[in-house]
Design a protein around this ligand. Structure first.
Ligand SMILES: Nc1nc2c(c(=O)[nH]1)N[C@H]1C(S)=C(S)[C@@H](COP(=O)(O)OP(=O)(O)OC[C@H]3O[C@@H](n4cnc5c(=O)[nH]c(N)nc54)[C@H](O)[C@@H]3O)O[C@H]1N2
Ligand SMILES: Nc1nc2c(c(=O)[nH]1)N[C@H]1C(S)=C(S)[C@@H](COP(=O)(O)OP(=O)(O)OC[C@H]3O[C@@H](n4cnc5c(=O)[nH]c(N)nc54)[C@H](O)[C@@H]3O)O[C@H]1N2
Ligand code: SF4
Ligand SMILES: [Mo]
Length: 891
């Protein structure tokens, strides 16, 4: 039973990863096996999925799950745990006031969870100290929208991206981070090749593969670029004086600010040659149907809000907004970043898109909630919230569905703050996360596949997530945990929700409460729905006011903004000084995502298939920078800022601009020795949004000298690792492990026994070369490989996928066992190489062979190897490999 229903064999639900919000059909076979496929009827994806969505079934096992409440590490029952949480929060409030407690929540909560969290903190505890990881994600967009539009409104729809003649992607690695929108864009462009795509990103990402123009902008050059564009447009005929005059304010000031920049200054600030600038400006000028999509290269910046407004200015000035194929488009990161904004989950929002700084809104919400108290001023934003935890102002903290010890800037300081906090509650699905280990009370939450509720995607579409598996152990929904604590804190009536439906209905009612069209967010049509309607709810876009026709899904084509005068505001922005480097910290660290991992890897890290794409933390570095620093490809690099250090593998590539490094945000202390890159990221924030500048951090980098490098595969999970470097990844049949050592242990055999759990009676097959320092050990239990260990003075050259395969094949003959020690495939066997296509586990060497064999297009490679024919997320990489092979052949 899930949510009181019988388990059915096919359930329509929504992917729990990115903000595209793809519909998923989960199927349970007779033997209990779960499989997922794209929902052909869901309007976000029409059946498509990306590699992460396709691998969902591999991430729902119960390994590592929190199954019952824990107090100081011991098992407790719900009553005891909830009583303790309620009493500690109540006592702290009684003694130190409401602002001495805080919630830090997440865009991965369902709307119902989020609604209850916000109601409890803002309406009943009476503090606005609830903030969310959306602060690190969308808050600059929220602030930019609110400045320009008077509300946090995303005007357009996904269809606009397909209808546009020009799609600008700035600060977005769409191919890897919103893969299904990328697939929709790529399909539209293939069908209509006149469509143009511009990618603006300091790095040449996989997304640039589809671009007609790639602008390798200087870090944080975006404000200047869009100021330059506005000045250019103002001098052209496409400026819409009528729209500007009727529906907006502030154009003259914004234009004056923008036109103050000379072309020389523009070139300097953006790092772009004048020809490229002009080409971009002209493309925008000449194309009416233009959509500008932006994501973290825009939001995560000290000038993030200004970047957003600089973009919005250009769309407002040309009235290219809210019409088919036109508009600015903030791509949301998390599955429910939008839902969180709708319930007011940020410390500076109220609920249902009402403003905390507006006393009338506060009164209205208080009346609706019939609450004793309501927060009337903003609470602490994430970075300040953890500072207040550090300095003892906040004494009780509830962290839900987020892993701040990994994802917050200055992460070591955040870890220290949480460790020192007198009372920490963590609601998670896993026991061992970098944050959960600090919990006084660890509460087991229902995860995807078990929980029920709604999420809102980037295009304002509300979809159901539905549970189809039973609750594991004592796990309970996040909203239930919050409501129980609310009741136990004395707010019985306000938190008597019996189901997710009841929460949703109240949320819908609040959105409609005294809403005469003055607020954009209105889903009043759903304020009276019953359990059955909620159960079968089809995806729908807001707004949906009660009694209105199902209406157009775009905003602002004819004005109707949400400032009191119903006009939009141009914002006069100025170009920031963006270079943060110094003699001591001469490099710019840029951080972000890779295709097949999700955030702190608590879920995607469980899939061997996803882990095969990129199996260890890395820093992209330009070949010339690498040379100057003496960093060799595949060597190790130590990155340092005044805040902390990290050690990752060097990935030398010309895709990276000179003077900067790119490191993924995903790795953490569960998967690597020292790769939490946020330990290095400075806690610098945007002055309007409070969003951290995670993409422009001054650092220094050096080669990490080690005595030897290692690689291992192990059937059992390696334990107790403490070497100079290690990075662990799930593999079919076990684990793979990259290693480096400062010194040799007394016995390598003993070292392997300890860390790979090898019984004493099993002696290794071995090979050692004193001259080269090469050492190989393989431990077999009968014909099964338990572990193989390869050591060298240089980064180990063993074929990784081949070595991993040895964990699952049988080694009956001695020759086969010796092949493992030899560290290479036998004659006639090809090493597939690093995985490119995770759906069909096709490696780079196989693709190269196919290209050499005459497959010169992605389609031909697909026919030969299946690669790229399922989710398509790897098609850009396959094209890159083909281009590389053909270029090499032509030389
Ligand atoms: N595979 C995968 N997909 C995800 C996620 C994931 O963890 N893994 N997470 C989801 C979430 S929550 C989010 S927020 C989104 C994020 O999605 P994206 O924003 O697309 O991803 P990022 O890699 O964080 O950053 C995007 C790009 O911004 C570029 N950039 C850095 N500095 C600048 C700059 O100054 N100007 C410009 N124009 N570009 C710059 C970076 O080089 C990077 O390529 O992804 C979502 N999708
Ligand atoms: N340097 C750098 N830092 C960044 C970024 C960057 O680009 N660079 N990006 C930032 C952005 S945009 C984001 S969105 C954040 C993301 O960062 P986080 O939110 O910290 O990352 P997640 O791994 O998604 O954390 C989700 C946690 O919730 C748990 N969980 C999963 N499902 C449930 C559930 O149903 N209920 C509960 N209670 N728990 C659950 C997971 O096990 C995990 O511990 O990182 C930010 N940090
Ligand atoms: S694009 Fe991929 S990760 Fe995003 S919602 Fe769709 S399937 Fe999930
Ligand atoms: Mo995000």
């Amino acid at each position: 039973m899930a949510g009181g229903r019988p388990v059915s064999t096919e359930t329509k639900t929504t992917c729990p990863y990115c903000g595209v919000g793809c519909g998923v059909i989960a199927r349970i076979d007779d033997n209990g096996t779960v499989s997922v496929k794209g929902d052909p009827d869901h309007p976000a994806n029409f059946g498509r999925l990306c590699s992460k969505g396709s691998a969902l079934a591999e991430t729902i096992d119960l390994d590592g799950r929190v199954l019952y409440p824990q107090i100081d590490g011991r098992r407790a029952d719900w009553d005891e745990a909830l009583d303790l949480v309620a009493s500690r929060f109540s006592e702290t409030i009684a003694e130190h006031g409401p602002d001495s407690v805080a919630f830090y929540v997440s865009g991965q909560l369902l709307t119902e969870d989020y609604y209850v969290a916000n109601k409890l903190m803002k309406g009943f505890i009476g503090s606005a100290n609830i903030d969310t990881n959306s602060r690190l994600c969308m808050s600059s967009s929220v602030a930019g929208h609110r400045r320009a539009f008077g509300a946090d409104t995303v005007p357009g729809t996904y269809e606009d991206i397909e209808l546009a003649d020009l799609v600008i992607l700035t600060g977005s690695n769409l191919a890897w981070c919103h893969p299904v929108i990328y697939q929709r864009l790529a399909a539209a462009k293939a069908a209509r090749p006149s469509m143009k795509v511009v990618v603006i990103d300091p790095r040449r990402t996989m997304t640039a593969d589809i671009a007609d123009l790639h602008l390798a902008i200087r870090p944080d050059g975006d404000v200047a670029l869009f100021m330059g564009l506005l000045a250019h447009l103002a001098g052209s005929t496409v400026i819409d004086q009528n729209y500007i005059g009727t529906h907006t304010n502030g154009f003259a000031e914004a234009f004056a600010a923008a036109s103050a920049l000379s072309i020389a200054e523009l070139m300097e600030l953006t790092g772009l040659p004048s020809m490229q600038l002009r080409q971009f400006f002209r493309l925008f000028e000449e194309t009416e149907k233009v959509v500008t999509c932006y994501s973290q290269g825009v939001n995560q910046s000290a000038s993030g809000t200004d970047k957003v407004n600089a973009i919005l200015n250009c769309h407002l000035a040309t009235a290219r907004i809210g019409r088919p194929g036109m508009g600015p488009f903030s791509l949301t990161g998390q599955p429910n970043a939008m839902g969180g904004r709708e319930v007011g989950g940020l410390a500076n929002m109220l609920a249902a898109h009402m403003a905390i700084e507006n006393p009338e809104d506060c009164d209205r919400v208080q009346r609706f909630w019939q609450s004793p108290d309501i927060a009337r001023k903003s609470g602490l934003k994430a970075v300040d919230m953890f500072r207040a935890v550090a300095d003892g102002t906040i004494k009780a903290l509830w962290i839900m569905a987020t892993n701040p010890v990994v994802s917050m800037p200055d992460a070591d300081a955040v870890a220290a703050a949480i460790a020192a906090c007198p009372f920490v509650v963590v609601s998670d699905i896993l026991t061992d996360t970098d944050t959960a280990k600090f919990a006084h009370v660890l509460l087991p939450s229902l995860g995807w596949s078990e929980k029920d509720g709604t999420v809102t995607n980037s295009e304002r579409r509300i979809s159901r997530q539905r549970g189809y598996l039973p609750a594991p152990g004592d796990a309970k929904a996040d909203w239930w945990q919050l409501a129980e604590v609310g009741r136990r804190m004395g707010f019985e009536g306000a938190f008597s929700f019996g189901s997710a439906t009841e929460v949703f209905v109240e949320h819908a009612a609040l959105s409609a409460f005294e809403n005469d069209g003055s607020r954009d967010f209105d889903i009043g049509a759903y304020r009276r729905i019953d359990e059955t309607t909620y159960e079968t709810l089809e995806p729908f876009q807001w707004p949906q006011p009660e009694g209105a026709q199902v209406q157009t899904t775009r905003f602002f084509a004819d004005g109707g903004f949400f400032h009191p005068d119903r006009k939009a505001r141009f914002i006069a922005v100025s170009a920031p000084v963006s270079d943060r480097t110094s003699a001591e910290f001469p490099l710019t660290l840029n951080t972000g995502r890779i295709r097949d991992q999700w955030h702190t890897m608590t879920r995607t890290g469980k899939s061997a298939r996803l882990s095969a794409h990129i199996a260890e933390p890395f820093a992209e570095i330009h070949p010339r920078d690498a040379m100057e620093l003496g960093i060799a490809s595949a060597g190790l690099v130590e990155i340092e800022s005044p805040y902390g250090k990290a050690v990752v593998r060097a990935l030398v590539t010309e895709r990276q601009a000179r003077g900067s490094l790119f490191v993924p945000m995903h790795w953490n202390d569960q998967f690597a020795a020292k790769a939490r890159i946020d330990a290095v990221v400075a806690p610098v924030t945007d002055p309007f949004s409070g969003q951290p500048a995670s993409k422009n951090v001054a650092v220094t980098a050096r080669r990490l000298k080690v005595a030897s490098y290692g690689f291992a595969v192990s059937a059992a999970k390696p334990q107790g690792l403490d070497t100079a470097y290690w990075a662990l990844a799930k593999a079919d049949g076990g684990w793979r492990l990259e290693l480096a050592f400062d010194a040799a242990p007394e016995s390598w055999t003993q070292w392997c026994r300890t860390h790979f759990g090898i019984p004493d009676h099993i002696e290794p097959l071995g090979y050692a070369d004193a001259q080269t320092g090469d050492l190989r050990l393989a431990f077999f239990d009968g014909d099964r490989l338990l572990a193989a260990f390869f050591l060298a003075r240089q980064p180990v050259a063993v074929a990784r996928n081949w070595a991993i395969e040895q964990l699952t094949v049988r080694h009956a003959e001695l020759a086969k066992r010796f092949a493992v020690v030899a560290g290479r495939p036998g004659a006639g066997r090809m090493d597939p190489g690093a995985t490119v296509c995770s759906c069909f586990s096709v490696g780079v060497n196989q693709i190269v062979a196919a290209v050499r064999g005459g497959c010169h297009s992605v389609e031909a490679v697909g026919k030969e190897l299946n690669a790229g024919t399922n989710c398509g997320s790897c098609r850009a990489e396959i094209r890159g490999i083909i281009d590389g092979c053909l270029a090499a052949a032509a030389e």
